[in-house]
Design a binder for this molecule. Structure first.
Ligand SMILES: Nc1nc2c(c(=O)[nH]1)N[C@H]1C(S)=C(S)[C@@H](COP(=O)(O)OP(=O)(O)OC[C@H]3O[C@@H](n4cnc5c(=O)[nH]c(N)nc54)[C@H](O)[C@@H]3O)O[C@H]1N2
Ligand SMILES: Nc1nc2c(c(=O)[nH]1)N[C@H]1C(S)=C(S)[C@@H](COP(=O)(O)OP(=O)(O)OC[C@H]3O[C@@H](n4cnc5c(=O)[nH]c(N)nc54)[C@H](O)[C@@H]3O)O[C@H]1N2
Ligand code: SF4
Ligand SMILES: [Mo]
Length: 768
């Protein structure tokens, strides 16, 4: 292994490290007290490393969330002995408890170490040749009998960029089907569509660095204290240094983020568009808008036609005055006015949002409108003034959105439905005109529905666990059972692995090499430090093998991570996503780079669409939304509020919302295996407001039954004051509480992202 020659590792002054450690301890310690892996674990780690003498530190990246923290990994005797935040990376040395425990990940029990094939209902071990032979034969036969669109790839925002790019190319330009989708559909689709409609191009204009300049933080539908801790820590430092800085948090639960904000507004789940439109109404009615910015850079649209600012005002006045919406929204009119005024008049406003916004039947509209608020107030393209969607997974942006590994996309913002875009990609990939199908493939929900009725007969699932993470999951498990399911997984007992016909053992994190692209357009390299266990292989190797066996070896010529990266870098140069300047050598040295980055001397772009920073802005333009709109303006949409189909009824009087906790990652396959993390979070519980529990005679620890239109399940109740009355909350990491069995099977009609955040339910006590 490369232990002898650390790449990019730099000595760091001890005092700085200690500072970060303390910050982290505070982060961890601030959460919920006694049952957390607190100081003892940290102290222990410190001693352990000292005792061993001379570990060698390697620059790396945490594999968990979209914050994309730079870390340093200590290797000693061929093993990882410690992990700490990288002081020179964007996260300035701060990491969260999951990042600190990622050191344990390669060593946990339960790894899948050989390929397995299901025979007579039981898994038997197989060689790679047998397993891949069966996969390739079944894919070939399915394509011959039922057509190309009967096979599919279901990927992940946790694959490396090289892996997603290769899968996308193999399926779209090799096999000739656009059935390539992945879990970012469950996550970032509404944000991606939102940006594309407004700017003509996906991905945020701003950066984490804006948090160092903002004076007003508008956090809505996000819980960064638990889900993006170093970013929330950066916001808190900003406030500590500048007491006038204000933080507003909009969340139906009093989350740990809400508790640390200046103002917490708790809307009725599913009603945020009333708040945004009402804020816009106040802004326009009181002349708080930035008219000069609007005149120069903004166009208004009702979704089909261009309209004027006056039409926008009339649209807002007719339905969205604070006094009209306050009851339905659950936030008093005076608070709506206050937040609208602060948003517009602050020196620099930064909005941050995540799943409380994206996972909604109006997710796209919410994304349109939050950016719209920044555009009408000119709170954009200045340090600290920016709309910023926080990204969930470590490579949803770089790996999936940017490579176009979704069923309606092609690389670098191109669309399947656009003939010119298809022709461009056919030329770049060197395939005959007409190879790429003009028909968009199945988005996630449609894909699993197509398994139900046999339209999709064979599917390769890679680095994701849909049998636990899809909504209304009982329904989709039944579909998966009918399909020939190939699952590339690191662990043999994930809920999806259990349904597989062929299981392929996957290398994870530093057992392989590749690039992760996180939420601020920053790409960072993860280098290989360990060999994978047993016969496990990287997903890239699996895809190369499959390509070869399907007869597309000539198309998928790049087989090492570095070769794929170089190809992809060249592809990007033909677009506004240009990162040709991000050579492998640079990524080995630097703590990531932000695109656009067109040549090797370019430092990367912190603020997009801003002259002097973004290389694509015309000279003298100052600010230019060059995306794809001919007039180079950004679009503010008139977006009417439509209630969620899952608003409470007499039969289902509560609203269930779901989400995350600090110590656990998604379906828990990794973090539940790390003892410190498992103990810290404990079992998943159904949180209910004590005020709601009282008339139902539910007490802490009682078993309750949840019933929705989609399923019924039981779990243990926890009484709190966190969700607003009428709202229940559960997390989805615990297989003992498969909450997605009751989660609604509804989605945004534009982005096709499921509405995980709002399900109408009934709750009753079953037993004490
Ligand atoms: N610890 C941890 N961190 C993670 C992850 C993890 O699994 N664990 N996963 C990563 C991924 S992939 C993602 S996508 C992100 C998700 O990051 P977040 O979106 O911040 O996390 P969630 O808990 O899904 O949801 C955020 C909040 O939305 C609120 N919410 C629910 N309904 C509504 C609503 O109608 N309106 C508003 N305004 N808010 C609402 C919930 O109460 C919740 O507190 O986290 C990333 N980071
Ligand atoms: N109720 C509810 N459900 C939700 C959400 C919610 O808020 N509420 N959020 C949704 C969102 S935003 C997301 S992003 C999804 C996430 O949902 P999933 O992607 O289904 O969840 P993960 O647990 O991240 O699954 C990743 C799997 O890949 C495996 N793995 C790890 N590394 C590797 C590797 O290198 N290669 C391979 N082949 N496998 C590997 C892990 O063991 C794990 O089983 O969940 C969605 N589901
Ligand atoms: S915040 Fe996210 S990327 Fe950073 S250490 Fe924690 S889990 Fe890893
Ligand atoms: Mo996500």
């Amino acid at each position: 292994m490369s232990e002898e020659k650390p790449v990019g590792a730099q000595p760091v002054k001890k005092s700085e490290w200690e500072l970060s450690r303390r910050d982290l301890l505070w982060l961890v310690g601030g959460v919920a007290g006694a049952n957390l892996p607190g100081p003892a674990t940290w102290g222990g780690l410190e001693l352990m490393v000292k005792g061993r003498g001379a570990p060698i530190w390697h620059k790396s990246v945490c594999r968990f969330c979209g914050t994309g923290c730079g870390i340093q990994v200590a290797m000693n005797g061929g093993r990882i002995t410690d992990v700490r935040g990288d002081e020179l990376a964007h996260n300035k040395g701060v990491i969260c408890v999951k990042g600190s425990m990622v050191r344990a990940l390669p060593y946990v029990k339960g790894r899948l170490t050989t390929p397995k094939i299901r025979r007579d209902g039981k898994f038997v071990e197989a060689s790679w040749d047998e397993a891949m032979g069966l996969v390739a034969d079944t894919f070939k036969r399915t394509i011959a009998e039922s057509g190309r669109d009967a096979v599919a790839f279901y990927g992940s925002g946790q694959l490396f960029t090289e892996e997603s790019y290769t899968a996308n190319k193999l399926f779209k330009a090799g096999i000739g089907t656009n059935n390539v989708d992945g879990n970012p559909r469950l996550c970032m689709a509404s944000a991606a569509v939102g940006y594309t409609q407004v700017f003509g191009k996906d991905e945020p204009p701003g950066s984490y660095e804006d948090a160092d300049h903002a004076t007003f933080f508008f956090i809505i539908g996000a819980n960064p204290f638990e889900c993006h801790p170093p970013i929330f820590e950066r916001i808190r430092r900003r406030k500590a240094d500048n007491p006038d800085v204000r933080i507003v948090c909009v969340d139906p639960r009093r989350t740990l983020t809400a508790e640390r904000s200046d103002v917490h507004l708790a809307p009725v789940p599913g009603t945020d568009l009333l708040l945004l439109n009402s804020m816009a109404q106040v802004i326009c009615a009181q002349g708080l808008q930035d008219q000069a910015f609007i005149d120069k850079h903004v166009r208004f649209s009702n979704g089909t036609d261009t309209v004027g600012f006056e039409d926008f005002r009339k649209f807002l006045d007719a339905r969205y005055r604070p006094e009209t919406v306050e009851v339905e929204l659950g936030i008093p009119a005076h608070q709506i006015r206050e937040v609208a005024f602060s948003f517009a008049r602050a020196k620099a406003t930064m909005s941050l949002w995540t799943m409380g916004f994206n996972q909604r039947t109006q997710g796209t509209f919410l994304n349109n409108m939050i950016i719209g608020l920044h555009l009408i107030t000119g709170q954009i393209c200045r340090p600290g003034a920016t709309p910023f969607s926080l990204t969930g997974q470590p490579n949803a942006c770089g790996g999936v959105r940017d490579t176009g590994s979704l069923s309606h996309l092609l690389p670098n913002g191109r669309m399947v439905a656009n003939e010119k875009h298809r022709a461009e990609m056919e030329e770049i990939w060197g395939v005959p005109p007409g190879t790429i199908s003009p028909k968009p493939g199945f988005d996630t929900v449609s894909l699993f529905r197509a398994m139900e009725d046999g339209r999709v007969k064979a599917c390769l699932v890679m680095c994701t666990n849909p049998a636990q993470s899809l909504p209304a999951v009982d329904r989709y498990r039944a579909g998966m059972e009918k399909c020939f399911l190939v699952v590339a997984e690191a662990f043999e007992d994930s809920e999806t692995a259990k349904l597989a016909d062929v299981l392929l053992p996957a290398a994870l994190w530093v057992e392989k090499e590749g690039v992760l692209g996180q939420g601020e357009r920053r790409y960072q390299l993860v280098e290989k430090l360990l060999d994978p266990p047993g016969q496990a292989r990287s997903d890239l190797q699996i895809l190369g093998d499959l390509a070869e066996r399907l007869g597309h070896g000539g198309l998928i010529k790049a087989r090492t991570s570095e070769q794929v990266w170089d190809e992809w870098r060249q592809v990007s140069a033909k677009s506004f996503y240009n990162f040709k300047g991000m050579t492998r050598a640079r990524l080995k040295k630097e703590r990531g780079l932000q695109w656009p980055c067109p040549d090797e001397n370019h430092p990367g772009t912190v603020r997009r669409y801003v002259e002097g920073d973004d290389p694509f802005v015309s000279k003298g333009a100052g600010i230019e939304f060059y995306g794809q709109h001919d007039d180079k303006r950004a679009v503010v949409f008139l977006r009417p509020y439509v209630p969620s189909p899952e608003m409470p009824t007499a039969e289902f009087p509560f609203q269930l919302t779901t989400g995350r906790v600090l110590e656990q990652w998604h379906t828990g396959t990794m973090t539940q295996r790390i003892e410190e993390l498992r103990q810290a979070s404990g079992d998943a519980l159904i949180e209910i407001n004590a005020q709601d529990a009282w008339p139902l005679k539910i007490q802490d620890g009682d078993i309750v039954e949840l019933k929705s239109r989609y399923g019924t399940m039981r779990g243990k109740a926890r009484l709190t004051r966190s969700p607003r009355p009428g709202v229940l909350f559960a997390s989805f990491y615990d297989t003992k509480l498969l909450i997605n069995r009751v989660v609604a099977d509804t989605f945004d009609p534009t982005s096709k992202e499921p509405e995980y955040k709002v399900t109408a339910v009934a709750v009753v006590k079953v037993s004490a």
